[in-house]
Write a protein that binds this ligand. Structure first.
Ligand SMILES: [Zn+2]
Length: 739
C-alpha cells in the first residue's frame, strides 16, 4: 500500500530531478560556453589582433624588462595585452641608438627624427600592425615639462616613447622594488594610447587599485621631493578597454595609415580623483569564474566584491569650475595660416587645478574645436603628440588665478582649414564626466583665398601641385621646422627671404627661429647641433605682423630663455601686448579685444599713410559720433589704434597710439563727457586684411572704438561701417624714414 502509494510519485520525482539537472547543466553550459558579446573580462577575450612592437633604446638606457617577477608570479606585457585579446610580440633591437648626454632630454621633434631614421618600416607578415617604441633617458614637452611618456605621430600615428630612467630616478629612493614594474606599467600605458585607449577608461578595482589606463601620477605620491606609490600598481587593463578591443572596428584600434587618429579627451583637471569614482568588478581570469559570475548575474545575486561595474558613482569632488576664453585673429592670411589661438583660463572654484601651462591640446585637458560657419558639427583639432606629465605639482592653478597660452593650430588631421571660408573656433575643457564641459564662446575667423599675385607668391611654398595645402609643410610647421635636416629647409628659407613682411612669412620665419634656437638631435650621431644665435637674431628682427605670431614668438623665446642671451629675449613682447596691444609708452597693457565686457561700436576711422591726424570727412563726423556715444552712456570707452605693416613694430605701436589719442582728443572736444576713456595701440598686429596691396594697407590704418555698459540700442544711427579719409596723392616714404 505504502509502496503503491509512493510508486506513482517516483517517476515525477525523477523527472523533476532530471529536469533540474538538465536545466542546471544547460545554464552552466550557457555560462561557460556561450560567447559574451559585450565581453569586458579577460576570461572571455578572444584573440583579435596581433601587434609587433619594435623597441629601440638610446645609448646608456637599459631596455626595460617586459616580464617582471612579482611575489613568485610573473607579470608580462604579453599577458596584460592578451587579457584584452591583443597578441603582442616585442622585438628589442640590439642596436643602441646614438645619444650624447649633452644633447639633453628628447622632445617630440627629436623622437620624430629618431623614428624616421631607425624605425624599420617592414611589418612582420603575420602581425596586423606595427608600433615603434623608443626608450629614452629623459623626455620633455614643448614647454620643457618633464614627461614619463609621449605618444607621438610618425605619419601613421604609431610611435610612442617612454623615459625609463625617469621612473627609476623618481622612485628609486622610496620604492626601488617597484621600479621595474612601473617601467613596464608606463610602457603598457603608452602602448594603450597608441591603440586609442584613454585615461577615462581607467577604473578602480575593489581593492582600490587603478587599472593601467590611469596615468602613473594618479597612483603615486610625492613627499619631501621623493616619490612613492600610493598602492601596489595594478597590471590590468580595464573592462572598458577589453570591451573596446573585443568589439571596435580594427581601424579604431590598430595604428597605421587607414586608422582613426587616437582620440582626444584623455584627461581632465580632476581626473585622478575622478578615476577613483569609477569602480569595476575584479576581472574574471578563468572561464569558470566568468561562468559563476554570469549565473550570479542571471539570478541577481551580487557578490560582495562585485560592485556594479563601470557605474560612476556621484562624484564627491568639488564641481570643477573653470572659465575658459579664447581669442584669435578674426581674419587670417590666405588659406588661414598662421592660425594661433590664445586660450585663457581662470579657476573660479575653491580647489587648485593642474592646468597651468597645460592648455595646449597635447595635454588632453583642453581641446580646440572648429567648424565651417553654418555647420552643426564641430571637428576637433587632433594634436600630433600627447604628453604624459611626471607630476602635477608645477601645474596647479590656485582658486581665482588665471593662466593663458597661445596655441598654434596649423595642423589637425591634415590642415585645420584647408579651404577659404568663415569658421568658428572654440575651446572646451573636460570637467568631471557627469558635469558639463566648460566651453569658451566661439570666435569667428575668416580664411581668405589669395587675391593678389603677391599673396599667391607668398602662399606658393605651402601648396602642392593640386593647389591644396601641402601636408609635409603643415607637419614641418607644427614641429617648428625641426623634423628635417638643415638642407630640408631651403624652400622655407627662400619663402622667408621673399615674403618676410607678410603674416605667413612671419610664421615661416618663426619656424626657422625655432629650428635655429634648438636644432633637433641628429639621429645618426646623437648630437644636438649648437644653436645658431646669430641667425636667430637676424630672423627675429621685426616679427610682429600678426598677434598670434607675436605671441608665439614670445612663448618661443621664453622657452629658450635659459640658453639665449637676454638681448634676444628682450625683444619678445608679452602675450598680453601681442593680443591686446600696449596702453602706454612704457609698454603696459590692458585687455581690449580679449575683454568680454567690451563691444565694438561705430565705424572704424581710417588714416592716411604714416599720419596720425584726422582728415576730412572724418573730422566733420566726429561731433556727431561724440553726441551718439554720449547718448548711449557707456561706463567706459576704449579707443584702439592700428597701423599697416610697413615700418618696424615699435614705430607702428607708437603710430597706432598717436592715432588713438587723436581720436580721443577729438571726441572730448566734440562733447564726449565720460570719466573713463582709455587708449591702446595694437600697431600692425591685428590687420583687417593680410594682403600686401595698398588697398589692404588703407584698410588696416585705423582706429576702432570699444564700449562697455552701453544702453541696448547702442549702434550709431545709419552710420557707415568705416570712414575713409581723402588722402593727398600718395607719396610712399622710403622705409628708412619710418623706422
Ligand atoms: Zn596617458
Amino acid at each position: 500500500m505504502r509502496l503503491s502509494l509512493r510508486y506513482p510519485k517516483r517517476p515525477s520525482w525523477r523527472i523533476a530531478i532530471a529536469t533540474a539537472l538538465l536545466t542546471a547543466s544547460a545554464l552552466l553550459g550557457w555560462a561557460l560556453l556561450w560567447p559574451d558579446s559585450s565581453c569586458a573580462q579577460p576570461a572571455c577575450a578572444r584573440q583579435r589582433f596581433s601587434i609587433a612592437i619594435e623597441v629601440d633604446a638610446l645609448q646608456q638606457v637599459p631596455v626595460i624588462p617586459f616580464d617582471v617577477p612579482v611575489q613568485g608570479q610573473s607579470v608580462s606585457l604579453r599577458a596584460i595585452m592578451s587579457g584584452g585579446g591583443i597578441d603582442t610580440a616585442v622585438t628589442p633591437d640590439n642596436l643602441d641608438l646614438p645619444y650624447k648626454a649633452a644633447s639633453g632630454p628628447l622632445d617630440r621633434a627629436d623622437l620624430y627624427r629618431f623614428a624616421a631614421a631607425w624605425g624599420s618600416k617592414t611589418v612582420p607578415s603575420d602581425s596586423d600592425a606595427k608600433v615603434y617604441a623608443l626608450l629614452a633617458a629623459a623626455l620633455v614637452s614643448d614647454t620643457g615639462e618633464p614627461l614619463f611618456g609621449i605618444m607621438f605621430d610618425v605619419k601613421d600615428r604609431q610611435g610612442f616613447a617612454v623615459a625609463p630612467p625617469t621612473t627609476a630616478h623618481q622612485f628609486s629612493e622610496r620604492d626601488p622594488d617597484a621600479v621595474p614594474l612601473l617601467q613596464l606599467r608606463t610602457f603598457a600605458h603608452e602602448l594603450l594610447h597608441a591603440l586609442n585607449r584613454r585615461h577615462f577608461d581607467a577604473a578602480q578595482m575593489s581593492d582600490g587599485r587603478l587599472t593601467l589606463e590611469a596615468p602613473t601620477r594618479c597612483i603615486s605620491e610625492r613627499e619631501r621631493g621623493q616619490w612613492f606609490l600610493r598602492e601596489p600598481p595594478l597590471m590590468d587593463i580595464s573592462p572598458a578597454t577589453i570591451r573596446f578591443f573585443q568589439t571596435a572596428a580594427s581601424r579604431d584600434i590598430l595604428p597605421g595609415e587607414k586608422s582613426s587618429p587616437f582620440s582626444s579627451r584623455r584627461a581632465s583637471p580632476t581626473e585622478c580623483d575622478e578615476l577613483r569614482t569609477r569602480t569595476a568588478e575584479d576581472p574574471a581570469r578563468t572561464r569558470w569564474q566568468l561562468a559563476i559570475r554570469r549565473l550570479h548575474k542571471l539570478f541577481a545575486i551580487r557578490s560582495a566584491a562585485a560592485a556594479e561595474a563601470e557605474q560612476a558613482e556621484p562624484s564627491e569632488t568639488e564641481q570643477t569650475a573653470v572659465e575658459l576664453r579664447i581669442q584669435a585673429m578674426p581674419a587670417a592670411y590666405p588659406l588661414g595660416y598662421p592660425i594661433a589661438i590664445r586660450v585663457l583660463a581662470q579657476n573660479v572654484g575653491d580647489e587648485a587645478l593642474p592646468i597651468k601651462g597645460r592648455l595646449n591640446p597635447s595635454y588632453g585637458v583642453v581641446r580646440i574645436e572648429y567648424r565651417r560657419a553654418g555647420s552643426e558639427e564641430w571637428s576637433v583639432v587632433e594634436p600630433l603628440a600627447w604628453f604624459e606629465p611626471v607630476g602635477d605639482e608645477y601645474a596647479m592653478l590656485s582658486p581665482g588665478e588665471r593662466t593663458e597660452q597661445t596655441v598654434p593650430i596649423y595642423f589637425g588631421d591634415g590642415w585645420t582649414f584647408p579651404q577659404p571660408g568663415d569658421y568658428e573656433v572654440r575651446a572646451r575643457l573636460q570637467l568631471e564626466s557627469d558635469a558639463e564641459d566648460a566651453a569658451s564662446e566661439p570666435v569667428q575667423i575668416r580664411v581668405v583665398d589669395a587675391h593678389t599675385p603677391d599673396d599667391e607668391a607668398a602662399l606658393r611654398p605651402l601648396l602642392n601641385n593640386g593647389r591644396r595645402l601641402n601636408d609635409e609643410i603643415g607637419r614641418l610647421l607644427s614641429f617648428g621646422g625641426r623634423i628635417v635636416s638643415e638642407e630640408g629647409l631651403t624652400d622655407l628659407e627662400a619663402a622667408v627671404d621673399q615674403h618676410g613682411d607678410t603674416a605667413l612669412g612671419s610664421a615661416l620665419r618663426l619656424t626657422l627661429v625655432s629650428q635655429r634656437l634648438r636644432p633637433s638631435i641628429d639621429p645618426l650621431t646623437g648630437e644636438r647641433p649648437a644653436p645658431d644665435l646669430t641667425e636667430a637674431r637676424e630672423l627675429l628682427r621685426d616679427t610682429c605682423t600678426d598677434s598670434g605670431v607675436a605671441a608665439l614668438k614670445k612663448q618661443l623665446l621664453e622657452r629658450h630663455a635659459g640658453g639665449i642671451p637676454s638681448s634676444l629675449s628682450n625683444r619678445a613682447e608679452t602675450a598680453a601686448t601681442a593680443w591686446d596691444g600696449i596702453s602706454s609708452m612704457r609698454g603696459d597693457s590692458q585687455p581690449t579685444y580679449s575683454d568680454a565686457a567690451l563691444q565694438a561700436w561705430g565705424p572704424s576711422l581710417h588714416f592716411c599713410l604714416n599720419e596720425s591726424q584726422m582728415r576730412e570727412p572724418l573730422r566733420a563726423a566726429i561731433p556727431r559720433l561724440a553726441k551718439e556715444l554720449q547718448r548711449i552712456k557707456p561706463t567706459r570707452v576704449v579707443i584702439v589704434g592700428h597701423s599697416d605693416y610697413e615700418g618696424s613694430c615699435r614705430y607702428n605701436d607708437t603710430l597706432g597710439m598717436h592715432r588713438a589719442d587723436a581720436v580721443r582728443r577729438a571726441l572730448v572736444a566734440g562733447g564726449l563727457r565720460i570719466r573713463r576713456i582709455d587708449i591702446s595701440s595694437l600697431g600692425e598686429r591685428r590687420p583687417l586684411d593680410f594682403a600686401s596691396s595698398s588697398a589692404a594697407h588703407d584698410l588696416n590704418r585705423r582706429v576702432e572704438i570699444l564700449v562697455e555698459g552701453a544702453s541696448p540700442d547702442s549702434e550709431p544711427t545709419a552710420a557707415p561701417s568705416r570712414l575713409a579719409p581723402r588722402c593727398l596723392p600718395e607719396k610712399r616714404d622710403a622705409p628708412e624714414d619710418r623706422v
